[in-house]
Each structure stands twice: as C-alpha cells, then as structure tokens.
Design a protein. Sequence first.
Length: 127
Amino acid sequence: MKLSNVRRILKEDIEKAGGAPPWIDQLLGPLNDFIDNVTNAFRNGVTLSDNLGGKIITVNLSHGVAQDVSPAGLKVKPIGLMPLNTGEELLDSYGFTLLSNGQVRVTYNFVDTAAVNVPCQFYLITG
C-alpha cells in the first residue's frame, strides 16, 4: 500500500473553514507530531524489531512435537508468538504455552504430517 499525499493540519486551514477554537493549538501539536511519525514509519519501512517489542527466534521443529524454547536475552515477559518462516513446509496450525520457568513451549503442525527437523522462525512478542 502506498501512502497518499499526507500533510500536516494547519490552524489557518481550520480558521478558513469557519473559525478555530482557542484550544486548537494544543490539539494540533500532538496530532501533527503523530501524523509525521506514522508517515515516516511507513515511508521508511516498518520493521518488527523497531516497532514491536520482542525477539526473532530460529529453531528446528517437527510436526506435532512440543519443544521448549528459551528466549534468552528478553528483558520483558513474552506475551505472544507470531510464525514468520517455516522453510519449505506449509504451516497448518500452531500453539504455544508460556511456562513458569520463562521458557515457551511451541508446537507446529505442518501440512506434511511427516515433516521433521524443519528450520522455523517466529517472533516472540513481549509486553
């Protein structure tokens, strides 16, 4: 998706449209800052690592086999998991459980039920 021509909201434009209330500057400052930040993020490419707390984990998984993964280096507790890459295998479904010891138990179910030792990447979301 390409951004259309996004521009700041100017007090002068509101005044031309019939008058601006006295508090308009307090609204437009933060609103225009937000518009600028979102526009720049989308124009420069939004990345997971810059915009969503978490870590990319790479691990080999086999169909239907639960595997405990240690998310070393995370400063915040994991709250979710998002599959990213399953090599040449198609992912049918997945599940995960956050364990009390800080590990994450991950189970992938591939379309090919005989798939073993598949290199997989997922994004462990923190919050």
